[in-house]
Ligand binder design. Structure first.
Ligand code: C2E
Ligand code: MG
Ligand code: MG
Ligand code: MG
Length: 286
């Protein structure tokens, strides 16, 4: 009996494993044609300036509408794209699409809106970003002063000098560089002062439960103050509730982002969000 159970246990494992591998293969194969088939879409999540309550910018976040598997979040396919050599192509698509959309909005008479895109560390290391972005700017007419690249701390582990040189090359194009998910990774505050970056996004794990945790809010306050003293622009992500917002409003941060303000939205809905937000008084939404 034990043996039988053992076998069925293996079978269960095999089934699970097979399903996992087959899905992984489906995703990997699918990735190769997803751009051509128009299966990617960008969603846009607004950021708000804490002092004025105005929408100060937007982050573009990729979504994959897979023909069989449905909507696939980036956490499930970006790592695959990184290991299967597809990430550069995907990131390039994202930058181009975000710039294209940005130009459309400006041509429609909208106030120029800064847009941030996420760049995979893997792609960053390939070293071709400055040329790529320059050619996308030429192609789309994007004003690069409106573009921010979000990178994570991980890229500073290796090749520090090369990374710094590339960041400098990028910033000389006029764009801004932001460190995403700050506080979860490798870079120390000490290292940060030597990096040519403009902005830091405090990871959302700092925000989780901040309203009920005085220690946490003091830590976040101290980090924000320190970052500010390094002349860095501070964005807090993961603001989910009005209580969260009340806490960070008092800190020395410039911008807030999170579900409390809005979830990431398709381009069309994002425009309606902007219009509604502009009409509302800040007090009403906070
Ligand atoms: P990220 O850049 O840190 O983006 C923030 C993530 O947190 C987004 O998830 C967003 O939907 C989610 N989020 C925003 N506000 C809140 C909140 O208040 N509470 C909670 N719990 N979550 C919130 P998403 O869109 O699933 O993206 C996940 C990650 O995938 C991103 O983290 C980024 O690292 C990566 N990613 C997304 N789009 C791209 C892309 O175009 N290229 C690359 N290379 N990576 C991307
Ligand atoms: Mg980001
Ligand atoms: Mg983040
Ligand atoms: Mg992240």
């Amino acid at each position: 009996q034990a043996k039988e159970q053992g076998t069925s246990c293996y079978r269960f494992f095999d089934d699970e494993m097979n399903r996992y591998l087959s899905e992984k293969m489906q995703l990997e194969n699918g990735l190769r044609s997803a751009i051509r088939s128009g299966e990617f879409k960008l969603h846009y999540q607004p950021k708000m300036a804490i002092d004025t309550g105005r929408i100060s910018g937007v982050e573009a976040l990729i979504r994959w509408y897979h023909p069989n598997l449905g909507l696939i979040p980036p956490d499930r396919f970006i790592p695959l794209a990184e290991t299967s050599g597809m990430i550069a192509e995907i990131d390039a698509w994202v930058i181009r699409e975000a710039c294209r959309q940005n130009r459309i909005w400006t041509r429609q008479g909208m106030q120029p809106l800064p847009v941030a895109v996420n760049i995979s560390g893997r792609h960053f290391e390939q070293g071709e970003l400055p040329q790529l972005i320059q050619s996308i700017a030429a192609e789309t007419g994007m004003d690069l002063r409106l573009l921010t690249l979000e990178i994570t701390e991980g890229i500073f582990i290796r090749n520090h000098d090369k990374v710094v040189a590339q960041l400098e090359a990028l910033r000389s194009l006029g764009l801004r560089v932001s460190i995403d998910d700050f506080g979860t990774g490798y870079s120390s505050l000490n290292q940060l002062q030597r990096l040519p970056v403009d902005e830091v996004k405090l990871d959302r794990t700092f925000m989780k439960g901040i309203a009920n945790d005085p220690k946490k809010s003091r830590i976040v306050g101290a980090i924000a103050e320190l970052l500010r003293s390094l002349q860095l622009h501070v964005v807090v992500e993961g603001i989910e509730t009005r209580e969260d917002y009340r806490y960070i409003e008092k800190l020395q941060c410039e911008e807030a982002q999170g579900y409390w303000l809005s979830r990431p939205l398709p381009a069309e809905q994002f425009i309606s969000f902007l219009q509604t937000h502009a009409k509302e008084d800040r007090e009403e939404i906070s």
